[in-house]
Ligand binder design. Sequence first.
Ligand SMILES: [Zn+2]
Length: 280
Amino acid sequence: MNCPLCKSEAKNAFTAMGFQLLDCASCGHRFADVPAGEAHVAATYGDEYFSGGGAGYPDYLSEAELLRQRGLMYAKKVAKFARTGRMLDVGAAAGFILKGFEEAGWTGMGLEPNEAMCRYGREQLGLTLRGGSLENFALKTFAADENFDLISMIQVAAHFYDPRGAFAAAAKLLKRDGLLLVETWDRDSFTARVLGKNWHEYSPPSVLHWYSRQGLDNFLRQFGLARVAGGRPAKWISGAHARSLLEYRLGRSFLLSLIPTKLSFPYPAEDLFWALYRKR
Ligand SMILES: [Zn+2]
């Protein structure tokens, strides 16, 4: 199998959750050998992903407020580099993060493959949400002259079945000097290095790609995207979500059942990085 970023040869690294993970011999990208395509999107991000627990969410809608705050937090970071304008949130789910951006002055739309999530965001939050994934959406549905001042991908890049196609589409949809905001797992994080192949974020088939900050910078340069800022996000999740994720990895236990589901917990944010790129 060849590297989905640079097309070079890749070699087997190790297996996780029964899937083979590979490392690119040239750019170092790590990815899972999972049959890709729209069928993968449909199979992975059905309603079960947002309410079934496991690697997904036990109850996505209950995290509305935390996600809205996250949108506001990122809008504040972006404000140092651009005035508000038109944005596209990729993998928007019900649109709570987009809602946070809109409260900070942005307008735009969200893109989401799960139809139930789209419907919720449209009906309950009054957002513009379109169905689909970036990989095939850009080709089919966008008007030729459609463009954005900001495109956000909060915990989405790790899920692309075709990252080349997705980032190329994003670069095309950005205005000149437009910004791309990416938040994803950091495979060079302290916990990732300590835990090795037992790192909890090696959870295919939902997660398919594990980037390093340097690797993503190098990859995006070919699309005319240059990094202007970056860091580690603070991320809070509900107790129910934290418990569900831990049970998925460690199995159910009495100890985990003691986690209060109504409280919010800081998720190991050290495992994540965010980066802001400007289109040249
Ligand atoms: Zn590569």
